[in-house]
Design a protein around this ligand. Sequence first.
Ligand code: 5GP
Ligand code: MG
Ligand code: MG
Length: 180
Amino acid sequence: MQNDIQEVLYSEEQIQSKVRELGAAVSRDYEGRNPLVICVLKGAFIFMADLSKNIAIPIELDFMAVSSYGNSTRSSGEVRIVKDLDTSVEGRDILIVEDIIDSGLTLSYLIDVLERRNAKSVRVVALFDKPGRRTVDLNADYTGFSIPDAFVVGYGLDYAEHYRNLPYVGILKEEIYSNR
Ligand code: 5GP
Ligand code: MG
Ligand code: MG
């Protein structure tokens, strides 16, 4: 697994310290409220677990799975809900937890869905952001790291369902996906 990584971008320690900062900011901003924190599966599952432990106010958690990528490294532009929420979002303050924002298509679709279901507010926390790749106008309310246009894996992020269990985030060697 390690041999497939061209360069480690952020170590486990660097990620943990950023996640603590993000948790503190969320705790401060949502003080006195009871937000519904939504994990976008699968990529955000580790971030959600670590972030939720660093949120010091009462929250509820739910999970949603959307698909847009298949096994490729570029968004198809088509977003599909694969697993929907168990909880009603009507009148709720929603915080979407996303692993990475690339084109922005997935999130703009999700925000739209939640607003149409009459959420009271919808905000986004994304651990990684590739601002250079946006095709729709969208920004996270909380961002961990801005990264260049490279395909990264680890800390929940996959290539063809592999590498999610790496504790750090790194750039995948191009030969891994160009050979397929
Ligand atoms: P978007 O709709 O913003 O183009 O893409 C969002 C989703 O694509 C992310 O939630 C993530 O699942 C996937 N994605 C985008 N960039 C990367 C990347 O560099 N590495 C991995 N593993 N997934 C990515
Ligand atoms: Mg994602
Ligand atoms: Mg993926």
